[in-house]
Design a protein around this ligand. Structure first.
Ligand SMILES: C[S@@+](CC[C@H](N)C(=O)[O-])C[C@H]1O[C@@H](n2cnc3c(N)ncnc32)[C@H](O)[C@@H]1O
Length: 451
C-alpha cells in the first residue's frame, strides 16, 4: 500500500488509519509493565542519547516527550517509566489505538502528566508544542518521503532536542517484502480484505513445501494457530503490512541531510561495529584498517550492512546540526580531567535488583556480571570485581565527585598487595579512572566535568 500517484495524502492516511484500527500495534496485554526491561528503558531514557551527545547527564523532570505514532501506547508507557517526571504526549492516526493507549495508562495509574491525540504526524505543528525528546518507533518507513517525515519532527523539536526514529532494513527484510508482494498479487493487500486475508495467508503457507525459501526462512509453526494473538501480530506486521518499505544506510543519511538533521548514533551502536566482524579485531588487514580510520559513520555502517545484514531496523538518534562544539571523549581524559569530574550511575542500573546483586557479590568477594542488568550496549558479558561493584554502590544515592570515589578506593585498598607499599592518592585515582573508563564505554557510568 504505497501511496499511488493518483491518491491524495488524505486518502493515503485514511488507508493507514484503517490498517491500524483493524490491527492495533503492539498487542501487548494491558497489564504488561516495562518496569523490569532495562534494555528498553535504556533506549527510551533521554539520559542515554543526551549523554552520547553532550557527555552530560540530564534531569528529565521538566522535559516534554513525544511518542509519534504511539499505537497502543506500550512504548509511551516505557517512556513514562524511563523518564521520571517528564510529560508524555502520544499521537496516532488510529482512534482505536489511541483508545487502547489511554486505557493502558489508566490501568497503570499513569494518567497524570500525559496526553493523547488522534493526529497525523504531518499535522504535529497544530499542537503548538515543542519537545525535548521525540520517539518515532516503527512508523517512519510508512512515509512516502522519509525526509518529509523527519522534517515535520524537526519542526517541533527543541533546539537541544533529540529524535529517535527507525527504518526497516532493505537488506535484512528482503523475504518479508517478497511475501508482501506475493500476497498483494493474490489480492490480499486491499483495504477490504483485512478480515479474510489472515486465514488465507495461513492456509497458503501451510500448503507450501517446508523447504521453499520463504517458508523455511520466515514461517513459524505457531503462526498456524488462528487464536494466537502473537501469531496474528506477527502476520499483520510482516506478511500483510501495507505501506512497508525497506531502506539502506545511504537512504537514511540522505534523508537526514534533506531534513537538516545530524546523525548522532545508532541506538544499538555496539551491534554495528564493523571491527567486530573480523576474526582478529586487533589485527585487521592494513589496507582496510587505514581506510576505516578515516571513514565517517555512514561508510562504516554501510560496510556493516553489506557484510552482515542482521538488523531488522536502522534504528538511530539524530539532532539539530551541532554548534561545532564536541566534548573531549572520556577515553582521552587525563587524570586531571577525571579529578575535575563527577560520576553518575546510569539510571537503568539504579534499581533494587542491581543493588541487591552487587551487595551479594560483595559479601561473597565474587565477580559481578554487570551486563546481566543492562546488556544492550555490550556484545559479550561484562564482569567486574567485587571491589569495583562496592564503588558503584557509592553512586546509589546519586552522583559523586570523582575525588570522593578515589578517596573511597584508597581507604578500601590501603596498600599495594605486591610491594606492600601504601597506596598513594594518585595511584588510587588512576585505578578508579581506569575502572570507570572501562565502564563508561557501555554508559554504565556517566562521568562529566564539574561545571
Ligand atoms: C507499527 S505501529 C508502531 C506503534 C508504536 N510506535 C510501537 O512501536 O509500538 C505504527 C503506528 O503508526 C501509526 N501511523 C502510521 N502513519 C502515521 C502518521 N502519518 N501519523 C501518525 N501515526 C501514524 C499507525 O496508526 C500505527 O499505530
Amino acid at each position: 500500500m504505497n501511496k499511488s500517484s493518483s491518491e491524495s495524502q488524505a486518502e493515503f492516511l485514511e488507508r493507514m488509519r484503517k490498517q491500524f484500527d483493524f490491527g492495533p500495534y503492539p498487542r501487548h496485554p494491558i497489564d504488561k509493565a516495562p518496569r523490569e526491561d532495562s534494555n528498553e528503558l535504556f533506549i527510551h531514557n533521554l539520559a542515554t542519547p543526551y549523554y552520547l551527545q553532550h557527555q552530560k547527564t540530564v534531569d528529565t523532570s521538566d522535559k516534554v516527550i513525544l511518542d509519534a505514532g504511539c499505537g497502543t501506547g506500550y512504548k509511551a508507557l516505557t517512556l513514562a517509566h524511563a523518564n521520571p517526571g517528564a510529560k508524555i504526549v502520544g499521537i496516532d492516526l488510529s482512534p482505536h489505538s489511541i483508545d487502547l493507549a489511554r486505557q493502558r495508562f489508566a490501568y497503570h495509574d499513569r494518567e497524570n502528566n500525559v496526553e493523547f491525540h488522534v493526529l497525523a504526524i504531518e499535522d504535529l505543528p497544530q499542537l503548538g508544542m515543542e519537545f525535548d525528546y521525540i520517539n518515532c518507533d516503527e512508523v517512519l518507513y510508512f512515509f512516502d518521503d522519509i525526509s518529509r517525515g523527519l522534517a515535520v519532527l524537526r519542526s517541533v523539536l527543541k533546539p537541544t532536542g533529540i529524535i529517535r526514529a527507525n527504518l526497516h532494513s532493505l537488506l535484512q527484510r528482503g523475504l518479508y517484502f517478497n511475501a508482501q508482494e506475493l500476497f498483494d498479487l493474490m489480492g490480499l493487500m486491499e483495504d477490504d480484505s483485512a478480515d479474510l486475508a489472515m486465514p488465507i495467508v495461513i492456509e497458503t503457507m501451510k500448503a507450501i513445501k517446508p523447504n521453499t525459501i520463504l517458508k523455511q526462512q520466515t514461517w513459524k509453526s505457531f503462526y498456524e494457530d488462528e487464536n494466537n494473538e502473537n501469531a496474528k501480530e506477527q502476520i499483520l506486521a510482516n506478511y500483510l503490512l501495507r505501506g512497508d518499505r525497506g531502506y539502506r544506510i545511504k537512504d537514511l543519511f540522505q534523508a537526514l541531510q534533506q531534513a537538516d538533521l545530524a546523525f548522532l548514533s545508532m541506538v544499538d551502536w555496539r551491534g554495528w561495529n564493523i571491527v567486530d566482524l573480523f576474526q582478529e579485531p586487533g589485527n585487521l588487514p592494513d589496507y582496510l584498517a587505514m581506510g576505516l580510520a578515516d571513514s565517517p559513520p555512514e561508510i562504516q555502517l554501510t560496510m556493516y550492512e553489506l557484510l552482515h545484514p542482521v538488523h531488522r531496523l536502522l534504528d538511530f538518534w539524530c539532532t539539530h546540526p551541532s554548534s561545532g562544539y564536541s566534548p573531549l571523549p572520556v577515553a582521552e581524559w587525563t587524570l586531571d580531567d577525571w579529578l575535575n569530574s563527577q560520576v553518575t550511575l546510569h539510571p537503568q542500573l539504579r534499581t533494587e535488583v542491581f543493588q541487591k546483586a552487587a551487595l551479594e557479590a560483595l559479601q561473597q568477594n565474587g565477580p559481578f556480571v554487570i551486563s546481566s542488568f543492562l546488556s544492550l550496549p555490550t556484545i559479550n558479558p561484562i564482569s567486574i570485581s567485587y571491589d569495583v561493584a562496592a564503588m558503584l554502590l557509592q553512586l546509589w544515592d546519586g552522583p559523586k565527585p570523582f575525588a570522593v570515589l578515589a578517596d573511597f578506593w584508597q581507604r578500601t585498598h590501603p596498600m599495594n598487595l605486591i610491594t606492600l607499599e601504601p597506596t598513594t592518592p594518585a595511584a588510587a585515582a588512576q585505578q578508579v579512572a581506569d575502572a570507570l573508563g572501562k565502564l563508561e564505554v557501555f554508559l554504565y557510568v556517566l562521568p562529566e566535568p564539574i561545571s
